[in-house]
Design a binder for this molecule. Structure first.
Ligand code: AMP
Length: 191
């Protein structure tokens, strides 16, 4: 599939290991070099700021979507070519999802998880057919992936929907797999 814009979800902190920042920068550079626009939460903090700065540094385009409460100096990225201020988190997530052809999560915390689990929940309902990739930098997501396997073997996630999570530790391979994604023809409720 053709991918023109990718939403990146990631920490508003940099995390404890330098590998996280390196991966965020590499992803931003890769997007710019492939003329893929970045859609993200519009912050300048943590990995979010690193991805956005890397895209801009390499001549790419960035769309930030930020709730009005977070338009605070030191938080909002003030150098974005396209910053959209929305009313709240719900509007932000909906707009990011609508604008993007695919999603990638880098390491992050609660904010990152809630954003990408919503995308996965909508995906298993068949409400969108866009690919989702988890960039497993330094094995960060290993415990979560084990838990998803557990959830699947305990009968709460269908095996087909477990496969919705594309896992790679290399951004370039991730991009190839997102482009090759075929949505499952199995939605949760429709028989
Ligand atoms: P977290 O993983 O908890 O650091 O949250 C990061 C995610 O939540 C990002 O993808 C953002 O969309 C959103 N978010 C959390 N904190 C901020 C912030 N200070 N500025 C902008 N977005 C944020």
């Amino acid at each position: 599939m053709q991918i023109k814009r990718i939403a990146v979800y990631c920490g508003s902190n940099k995390g404890a290991r330098p590998e996280y920042a390196t991966a965020a920068h590499a992803l931003g550079e890769l997007l710019a070099r492939n003329a893929i626009e970045l859609v993200y939460g519009g912050g300048m903090v943590g990995l979010m700021g690193i991805v956005a700065d890397a895209v801009l540094k390499h001549g790419g385009h960035v769309i930030g979507v930020i709730p009005e409460k977070l338009v605070i100096k030191e938080v909002v990225h003030e150098k974005l070519p396209d910053l959209r201020v929305v009313k709240n988190m719900h509007e932000r997530k909906a707009l990011i999802a609508e604008l993007s052809d695919a999603f990638i999560a880098l390491p992050g915390g609660y904010g990152t998880f809630e954003e990408f689990f919503e995308i996965l929940a909508w995906s298993q309902l068949g409400w969108h057919q866009k690919p989702f990739g988890l960039l497993n930098t330094a094995g960060f997501y290993r415990p979560m992936l084990e838990f998803l396997d557990h959830t699947t073997s305990e009968g709460f996630i269908r095996p087909k929907h477990r496969e919705l999570v594309i896992v790679e530790d290399d951004a370039e391979k991730m991009l190839q797999r997102l482009r090759a994604f075929q949505p499952p023809n199995e939605t949760k409720w429709i028989k």
